[in-house]
Design a protein around this ligand. Structure first.
Ligand SMILES: C[S@@+](CC[C@H](N)C(=O)[O-])C[C@H]1O[C@@H](n2cnc3c(N)ncnc32)[C@H](O)[C@@H]1O
Length: 318
């Protein structure tokens, strides 16, 4: 419940055309100010001012991350409710809305191309490079430990890269599928799997935000050092949930929040790590529950980055 003065404030904040466009864009997922500025074609101070008004009124929430800030629709409160309702009333055929959506798509395509360029260059040396990014041995032992002596039917390794997770977990599944957008990374993965005699895993070219329904469903999905390439990891988890069998599991390995801004410019990262709170919120929205979090303190060679393993499970009836 909100008082009338609060409601007037919320309505005033929402009642402006650029701010309505922003709400519609945020309904498509969390976005950075940088991208919103590019999509709207307005100056950054202007866009920031609109965002601040929406955030002050509780329609959206801000999450600062290094030099960038991300915004998303508020999950709760009168502001969040109004934002969601307004978005359902927006005419999707409206030319301005269509143009905003097209620009958003273009911005994402350009970012994917940058990431693809990076991975095309490092594909051959990725298996050495990845060792610099975290305490691999401890992480791999923990990932393997999640399955212990179990053998599941189908495992998807999303953003499989050079296929290391398919190789590590080969004894734990009957059918493994690795998906990636980088042909170069996948070429290394294919050679590696063939060399190791792993015939029950295949790799496929594809965008993990738009999974091919022909792949079927999985009992477990692995996202190893993948989530930080996405502006809206929550959206990816929602997509993942649609391909999980009932009771299916998700294993995420990624960085805890950090301040290594250079990873954005040098290695196409989008998010500077993620916290347990963020993971739990995105998971809950996707219909996944947290089973456990394991944190791996940084070693001597890994740029001070702390890695975490989050084990999630599909919630019953969702
Ligand atoms: C940091 S690498 C991790 C690879 C592997 N999971 C590992 O830990 O070695 C991230 C991988 O995600 C892939 N990737 C990024 N965006 C993707 C997308 N939208 N769809 C599929 N793969 C994607 C990249 O091509 C890259 O191979």
């Amino acid at each position: 419940m909100a008082g009338s003065a609060d409601l007037v404030g919320v309505l005033k904040a929402a009642g402006e055309s650029t701010r309505l466009r922003l709400l519609a864009l945020l309904a498509d997922g969390e976005q950075s100010v940088k991208d919103l500025t590019e999509i709207l074609g307005q100056s950054q101070p202007r866009v920031s001012r609109h965002l601040k008004l929406l955030a002050d009124a509780g329609l959206i929430v801000r999450h600062a991350e290094g030099a960038w800030a991300y915004y998303g629709l508020a999950a709760e409160g009168a502001g969040g409710e109004l934002a969601r309702w307004l978005v359902t009333k927006a005419d999707e055929a409206d030319p301005e809305r269509r143009r905003d959506r097209e620009r958003l798509k273009l911005v994402r395509t350009q970012q994917q191309a940058q990431a693809a360029d990076f991975f095309a260059k490092v594909a051959e040396s990725w298996d050495q490079l990845r060792l610099l990014h975290g305490p691999e041995e401890a992480v791999e032992t923990a990932v393997r430990g999640v399955f212990a002596d179990r053998v599941i039917d189908t495992l998807f390794d999303l953003g499989t890269g050079t296929g290391r997770m398919l190789e590590l977990l080969a004894p734990c599944y009957r059918r493994g599928v690795g998906i990636d957008t980088s042909r170069e990374m996948m070429a290394v993965a294919r050679a590696k799997l063939a060399g190791a005699g792993i015939a029950h895993a295949q790799v496929r070219l594809g965008d993990i935000l738009d999974l091919d329904p022909g792949l079927g469903r999985a009992d477990a999905v692995v996202l190893h050092q993948v989530l930080h390439y996405f502006d809206d990891p929550g959206r990816l988890l929602t997509q993942v949930k649609t391909v999980l069998n009932p009771g299916g599991e998700v294993l995420i390995v990624d960085f805890l929040p950090h301040a290594h801004e250079f990873l954005r410019s040098h290695q196409a990262h989008r998010r500077l790590g993620m916290s347990l709170t963020q993971i739990s919120q995105w998971a809950a929205q996707a219909g996944l529950g947290l089973v456990s979090e394991t944190v791996f303190p940084p070693g001597a060679v890994d740029e001070g980055l702390t890695v975490a393993l989050w084990h999630l499970r599909a919630l019953e009836g969702q």
